[in-house]
Design a protein around this ligand. Structure first.
Ligand code: C2E
Ligand code: MG
Ligand code: MG
Length: 735
């Protein structure tokens, strides 16, 4: 039984008790080099020195204090602490005998001894473990903040390169190390540095190969630490890092849903520097980066899809316009010329219909490749849809150079293209528009494209497989063309346009059944101009919209006044009016305003219109037919229209071109056979046949024998002024 009376333990018992406490008890005289009077045995366990060693050398304590904490620790060696009412706590680091850093919490009281000497009585606790936990905790909090910050930047859609630099910075800060870098996996399996805390000497540093640490980590899809490169036997330190005296490294893979894209690495000059927490941190940063890259590539794919043509992968119209605008604004300052080439495949519809859409698609793809590969850097080729391509020639020397390039592209295209298992021969019609934004006013991407488009139509009209320049200043009659373009804009308003009418006669009863309206321009200085002189310019410049509208309205108004309300009136419609405008609405509007019966209106369109942009044209024709307006194919035979596909369009009939009619009486039986075939097939398709340009009786008789429905030509009548219509309608006969 223990004695219940309080009794003082003897000194020996006390000492043995003290030695069991995991702390250093001591008494030491004040001062940096104050003599140590007593120190408990624990000092050996905590700092590696025996009490004897410690007490033998009064300078030892001050020497073993961590240099960074020296000032703080020594600040307590002051007599003023004699007056402190309680013990004085202090925290500082000491270096153990073996160099380990030991965190000390000291709790001591300064008192004078019997001789008046100030002496510290204290306890030193080893709080290294607690400090480590505290620091770890702080580091985790810091790292978490860093990851959150990085994640936020990633979410803001920051450019990947900037994000990678930010990640490197974050790694250094978060892991508290000197070096970090990001490796990218190349298609060949090697790894190259993408971002680093040290200057990247691209090209000089060889990539990390398949046996490298990064490659291992990426292959294993898990982070991995090299604790000491001095003893590392599995991997070799990458060349790029050798000069930094790197001792330990952690790497973590960057993996997106589309694959393993690379790895992050942090490096320390200290061996065994990295903790499990550091590995987690690194992996977290890698994951943030992976998410950012993934988002980015998804966005890019989306943007690419929105700006490119899915069939050929070429930029689409929007992207093209954007690029063109950039080049135009640059040319504002440089003074350079920019050209737009508008390409349209000739008779593409025949290929599509004849060989199938998949062959057509294959052809377009190959064409796109061919065009792309024959352009200069800085030039852009785009697909506008269907068989239309556009090219911007940046910094072109002039119209002649643009024409030369167009010619070269035309030749390139004309080489056989394998598609659908056969060699195909295609040609393109190219329209060129050129501008020097620095000197030409009002040039925009859209006007340039529109002009090139118009010029392309010109090339089609000239027989395809050719190019045409919109730049009117190049042609010999530049001034006149400009004048026509300018004058034509106001010709209708100034009353300079007029119509003449050329009758058609029905073969069945020999009587006039209608009149074709043909436009004339009574120019104030040049006199009367034939349509051939100004209609092409009107088409190119878009003035045809005004002119065409005037013709339609004037002809309808006139016809509505004719006493014989069975006579039809026929109006020629330019390609552009159908492909670029809303012809149906215009026609309905005119019919309503003039009161003309739709059944009396005939429109004449040319074959080219059916081949180019055929679907919208077919729709327009359907609507016109539904309104009761009859549409004829003019100049039949000069284009490429195969009768076989005419039934796809709602046509009322066709007008056999003058050139066929002219040769009917030449004695060449083949000529007759062709016209015979045309008429027979047209009849079979339920189309009405009109022969134009009938200029002698022999032609008329042959046409009559072949079953032609209607005839027109100088033999019967020249185009007549409006005042002569009633007379002609009553008196003219075939007999
Ligand atoms: P088209 O529609 O084929 O018109 C027939 C053209 O042939 C007319 O020439 C007419 O005068 C001419 N012609 C008629 N019979 C004979 C003949 O027996 N022998 C010869 N050698 N020629 C004959 P025009 O009036 O000079 O018109 C030329 C072309 O201009 C027209 O060809 C038509 O395509 C176009 N055109 C005329 N007026 C307009 C219009 O208002 N709008 C549009 N877009 N084009 C028009
Ligand atoms: Mg005509
Ligand atoms: Mg004609």
């Amino acid at each position: 039984m223990p004695d219940d009376s309080p009794s003082q333990p003897d000194e020996k018992t006390l000492r043995s008790l003290v030695e069991r406490v995991p702390a250093i008890f001591y008494t030491a005289e004040l001062g940096e080099h104050g003599r140590w009077r007593f120190v408990s045995h624990q000092i050996e366990k905590i700092l590696g020195f025996t009490p004897e060693e410690w007490m033998a050398d009064p300078t030892l304590w001050a020497r073993q204090v961590h240099p960074d904490d020296r000032e703080h620790a020594l600040s307590f060696e002051d007599e003023s602490y004699l007056h402190a009412t309680s013990s004085v706590p202090a925290e500082y680091r000491m270096l153990a005998r073996d160099g380990r850093v030991v965190w000390i919490l000291e709790d001591a009281k300064l008192e004078r001894d019997a001789d008046g000497v100030p002496v510290w009585h204290g306890v030193m606790y080893d709080i290294t473990e607690r400090k480590r936990i505290e620091q770890d905790f702080e580091r985790v909090a810091d790292q978490q903040a860093i990851i959150a910050g990085l994640g936020e930047r990633a979410l803001q859609g920051q450019d990947p390169r900037a994000l990678m630099s930010a990640a490197v910075e974050a790694l250094i800060q978060g892991a508290g190390v000197e070096h970090a870098c990001i490796w990218k996996r190349e298609p060949d399996g090697d790894f190259t540095l993408r971002a680093a805390s040290f200057p990247l000497d691209q090209g000089a540093a060889p990539p990390a190969g398949a046996t490298s640490h990064v490659a291992h980590v990426v292959g294993a899809r898990a982070p991995e630490t090299v604790h000491d490169w001095f003893t590392e036997s599995r991997f070799e330190l990458p060349h790029a890092l050798a000069e930094f005296g790197v001792r330990s490294t952690v790497a973590a893979p960057i993996e997106t849903s589309s694959g393993r894209v690379g790895a992050l690495e942090v490096h320390s000059a200290q061996a065994g520097r990295f903790t499990v927490q550091d590995v987690h941190f690194l992996q977290a940063v890698a994951n943030v980066l992976a998410t950012a890259l993934e988002r980015r590539s998804a966005e890019e794919a989306l943007r690419h899809r929105a700006a490119h043509d899915p069939l050929t992968g070429l930029p689409n119209r929007e992207l093209f316009v954007e690029g063109l605008e950039q080049r135009l604004s640059r040319a504002q300052t440089t003074g350079a010329a920019v050209a737009v080439l508008f390409l349209d495949v000739d008779n593409f519809k025949l290929i599509n219909d004849g060989l199938g859409h998949h062959v057509g698609d294959e052809l377009l793809r190959k064409l796109a490749d061919r065009l792309s590969s024959h352009l200069r850097a800085g030039d852009v080729v785009a697909r506008f849809g269907g068989d239309e391509f556009a090219i911007v020639l940046d910094n072109v020397g002039g119209a002649a150079e643009a024409a030369e390039i167009a010619q070269r592209l035309g030749n390139e295209v004309a080489r056989p293209i394998a598609a659908g298992g056969i060699e195909n021969f295609v040609t393109v019609s190219i329209g060129i528009a050129l501008a020097r934004p620095a000197v030409d006013d009002g040039v925009t991407a859209e006007t340039l494209i529109r002009d090139a488009d118009a010029a392309m139509y010109g090339a089609k009209t000239r027989g395809r497989d050719t190019y045409e320049l919109y730049d009117v200043s190049l042609s010999g009659t530049a001034a006149r063309q400009m004048e026509i373009q300018r004058g034509l804009r106001y010709a209708a308003a100034r009353g300079e346009l007029e119509l003449v009418y050329q009758p058609t006669l029905a073969v069945s009863d020999g009587r006039v059944d209608g009149f074709e309206a043909l436009v004339r321009w009574r120019h104030p200085t040049w006199g009367v101009l034939a349509p051939a002189e100004f209609i092409p310019v009107a088409e190119q410049t878009g003035v045809i919209d005004t002119v065409g509208r005037w013709v339609l309205e004037a002809a309808a108004k006139e016809a509505a006044q004719w006493p014989n309300d069975e006579l039809s009136v026929s109006v020629n419609v330019a390609a552009r009016q159908i492909t670029h405008g809303d012809l149906h609405t215009t026609v309905l509007d005119v019919l309503e305003r003039t009161g003309l019966d739709p059944g009396r209106l005939e429109l004449e369109i040319t074959e080219g219109v059916l081949l180019e942009r055929s679907q919208p044209v077919a729709d327009t024709l359907d609507r016109l037919a539904a309104s009761g307006v009859r549409v004829f194919l003019d100049d039949f035979g000069t284009g490429y229209s195969a009768l076989a596909y005419l039934d796809r369009f709602r046509l009322a009939g066709l007008k056999i071109d003058r050139s066929f009619v002219e040769r009917l009486d030449s004695g060449d039986e083949r000529r007759v056979a062709i016209v015979e075939a045309i008429i027979a097939m047209a009849r079979a398709l339920g189309l009405e046949v009109v022969a134009e340009g009938v200029s002698n009786h022999a032609q008329l008789e042959i046409l009559r024998a072949l079953g032609c429905h209607r005839v027109q030509g100088f033999l019967l009548s020249q185009p007549l002024p409006a005042t002569h219509i009633t007379g002609a309608a009553d008196e003219l006969t075939l007999a």
